[in-house]
Design a protein around this ligand. Structure first.
Ligand SMILES: C[S@@+](CC[C@H](N)C(=O)[O-])C[C@H]1O[C@@H](n2cnc3c(N)ncnc32)[C@H](O)[C@@H]1O
Length: 260
């Protein structure tokens, strides 16, 4: 798929909010428009990245997970999944999945594995679970626990594409003792501003996004057991030194579940 730089794309807009340089004028324009109505979006993007670091560290250091399937990877940024996991466990194996050609173009930075571990990149849509599972099985042992990560990607899947079914198919494909991590923008925190900001984004972007309520995001965890503290605003999930001073009510939920 060619890269159309005239239409804003979520990976590049998010990169702009994180302070990255892999974005174009159309991405920056809508990113600034959203900041104007909803300045907290920058804090949310950074808190999401911090959540990624805490959840991967927890999985590798405390839960003993050595395999990660990170879907909706985004552009390389500080502390990519394999870097966090391999700092704890050099033999960790990480498969990245994204459908954006610009992420594919930057994938080399995601593939710099430790010699003991492995990384791979799959160019696929999260809806194409069959391809993702078949390709991931070339690198990961699906008979051993795998952590599925869906951070900031399910909101790109509208209800008519049955996101809960996609999540269930992925969870079905991993062994008991595997995990499911999700971050999702909230429709029921700062609801009016979120609605306006998402509306502004959707008017400009090629692919629309959907915020969801706590109850709606909770349903994605059907069939897995939520790890403490459950599904909470991302800055409240096992907070650490990185976000100790965070007091704002961020409109994004994060959680981690374990497949029994
Ligand atoms: C907001 S970024 C999140 C990046 C990263 N997971 C994080 O939390 O920092 C969302 C990513 O999901 C990808 N994405 C969006 N829709 C997708 C789809 N249908 N299939 C695969 N990836 C998708 C985008 O290209 C983008 O890279």
């Amino acid at each position: 798929m060619p890269i159309d730089t005239s239409v804003p794309h979520i990976a590049r807009v998010y990169d702009y909010w994180l302070g990255g340089k892999d974005n174009f004028a159309a991405d920056r324009a809508v990113a600034e428009q959203v900041i104007a109505t909803f300045p907290d979006v920058v804090a949310i993007a950074r808190a999401q990245r911090a959540f990624l670091g805490r959840v991967v560290h927890y999985l590798a250091a405390e839960a003993g997970v050595r395999q990660f399937l990170d879907i909706g990877t985004g552009l390389p940024a500080a502390n990519n999944t394999h870097e966090v996991a391999q700092r704890v466990a050099p033999a960790a194996r990480v498969v990245y999945v994204d459908n954006d050609p610009i992420v594919l173009a930057h994938a080399r930075a995601l593939l710099a594995s430790s010699p003991e571990g492995a990384t791979a990149y799959i160019d696929a849509d999260v809806r194409d679970t069959g391809t993702i599972v078949a390709e991931a099985a070339k690198i990961l042992d699906l008979g051993q626990p795998v952590a599925i990560m869906l951070l900031g990607v399910l909101h790109c899947i509208p209800d008519e594409d049955a996101p809960a079914g996609i999540v269930a198919e992925l969870v079905d494909a991993v062994a008991p003792g595997g995990y499911l991590a999700i971050v999702h923008p909230a429709s029921d925190v700062a609801a009016d501003k979120m609605k306006q900001a998402m509306g502004d984004y959707n008017k400009e972007a090629g692919a629309a996004v959907t915020a969801r309520s706590h109850a709606e995001v909770s349903r994605f965890f059907d069939g897995v057991e939520l790890v403490e503290p459950g599904l909470v605003q991302i800055h409240r999930w096992r907070p650490g030194a990185d976000n100790a001073g965070q007091v704002r009510e961020l409109a994004a939920y994060g959680g981690l579940g374990r497949k029994p």
